[in-house]
Design a protein around this ligand. Structure first.
Ligand code: JHZ
Length: 416
């Protein structure tokens, strides 16, 4: 289906440094939006598809998508709920515990950007912070508001920041998890941060780390919501242009490998050794060299081949196959590999909003997690492979009854 006029724009210049030297990294075809799950009766209607190409800035090294889809098309009817993943809830609780203690947040104003249904807000509030959320996904924001976790429905820009400052005062901490990758105009967000943060306020953010994306061939984490794929090197360029400074960084295992960054106004806080060390690792490991991306593109193709071979061979041998986790990344993987209901008969997922719908593009039905116990597929493709250990542990009965999981990246393998 052709897409409506103005539904997306083509990226001509790097969103951090403005360079027009954007080199191709990998092309994953044209796919529907990764969270655009459809009502089953609408599966016959044509779906808009958008080019899914990653590019790399030759000047500041930011990896970025070749198109920007209008955010309202992705976030106003948004299927992802943070609270549906128990490990994510625990992760946010640990984050709340760390930042409340480290930045002395009891009784202080904390604003979360991209607060979804309020999982992190709840943990921060339970530790005494005065919380406020901002999120464009109206349904998720309504859930947070109903829990007493005040959430503004909207995007984080200077207008929102001024409104918050006028109504609530400035913030000691602004936190944004898995949000920076979704933002086109990063300079606007930094200006909003500048307006909102107290003089020695702190910005903490988590982003998937491009070094892990490359190492583990996590090509499926490339989808239209994710406009940028960050290393620390381009992030330092971004913040320094706005008079801000990265003062700490931690590598995390979540979402296949992420970094948590800590940012303040320049010169306000001592800079941890982890910052120069990580920047040096990025240089020394070749992460900033074009050849790393050529290798990645070849590995993506090999990964697709191996997964298709495994699924097709298993079906030929008469095995039944389902999947677990109707993830956004799963929809990149299914569409790019061309995996439909003939190979994977259904996907089990704990999110009520996704159940009863079909996946964008490949139209695989989404059911509740109980469907795995009811149908006992021989193999279950882990589309939420970032939670592999947790899921395999929880499905011990399925495994002891002979069920096996397929971990799709970097190269498809059977677990346990
Ligand atoms: P999950 C999300 O992407 C959303 P997704 C977002 N685009 C983003 O930036 C990235 O994360 C980083 C289900 N599940 O978190 C719940 C089970 O059914 O891997 C979710 O639908 N049973 C903002 O969508 C999905 O899997 C379980 O036991 O790729 C998990 O989605 C668990 C643990 C999860 O990311």
């Amino acid at each position: 289906m052709s897409v409506p006029d103005g539904a997306y724009r083509t990226v001509e210049r790097c969103r951090i440094c403005g360079s027009a030297r954007l080199d191709p990294v990998v092309s994953l075809g044209a796919t529907p939006l990764a969270n655009a799950f459809l009502a089953a009766e609408r599966a016959r209607e044509p779906e808009p598809r958008f080019p899914l190409d990653a590019l790399r800035c030759a000047r500041c090294y930011l990896v970025q998508l070749g198109v920007v889809v209008r955010p309202e098309l992705m976030f106003s009817d948004y299927a992802y709920s943070s609270s549906a993943s128990a490990p994510a809830v625990r992760h946010f609780d640990e984050l709340a515990s760390e930042v409340v203690e480290r930045f002395d947040l009891a009784g202080r104003r904390v604003v979360e950007v991209g607060s979804n249904d309020g999982v992190l807000l709840a943990s921060l509030a339970a530790r005494g912070a005065r919380v406020l959320g901002v999120d464009p996904a109206a349904r998720q924001a309504a859930i947070a508001n109903a829990r007493g976790l005040e959430t503004i429905v909207g995007y984080f820009d200077r207008a929102t920041a001024s409104r918050v400052v006028a109504e609530k005062g400035r913030a000691r901490l602004v936190v944004a998890n898995n949000v920076l990758a979704h933002i086109d105009d990063l300079h606007e967000v930094l200006a909003a941060l500048d307006a909102l943060l107290e003089d020695d306020g702190v910005f903490v953010a988590e982003v998937p780390y491009v070094a892990d994306l490359l190492d583990r061939v996590e090509y499926d984490t490339i989808y239209h919501e994710h406009l940028s794929y960050f290393a620390l090197t381009p992030l330092r360029t971004l913040f320094s242009r706005a008079g801000m400074e990265l003062f700490d960084v931690r590598r995390l295992l979540v979402h296949g490998g992420s970094i948590r960054i800590y940012v303040g106004r320049s010169g306000r806080r001592p800079v941890s050794d982890a910052v120069p060390r990580t920047l040096e690792e990025e240089r020394a490991s070749g992460l900033l060299d074009a050849s790393a991306y050529d290798r990645f593109a070849a590995r993506v193709w090999a990964s697709r081949r191996a997964l298709l071979d495994l699924l097709r061979r298993s079906r030929r041998e008469g095995h039944t196959i389902a999947a677990l986790g109707a993830t956004a990344k799963g929809n990149t993987l299914l569409n790019y590999c061309g995996i439909g209901p003939d190979l994977v008969s259904f996907i089990a997922d704990s999110t009520p909003l996704k159940q009863g719908r079909v996946t964008p593009g490949m139209h695989i039905p989404v059911r509740s997690e109980e469907a795995i116990a009811a149908e006992r597929p021989d193999l279950t493709l882990l589309l939420a492979w970032n939670y592999a250990d947790e899921i395999i542990g929880r499905f011990a009965d399925y495994v002891s009854g002979g069920g096996r999981f397929i971990h799709p990246v970097p190269i498809a393998r059977i677990l346990p």
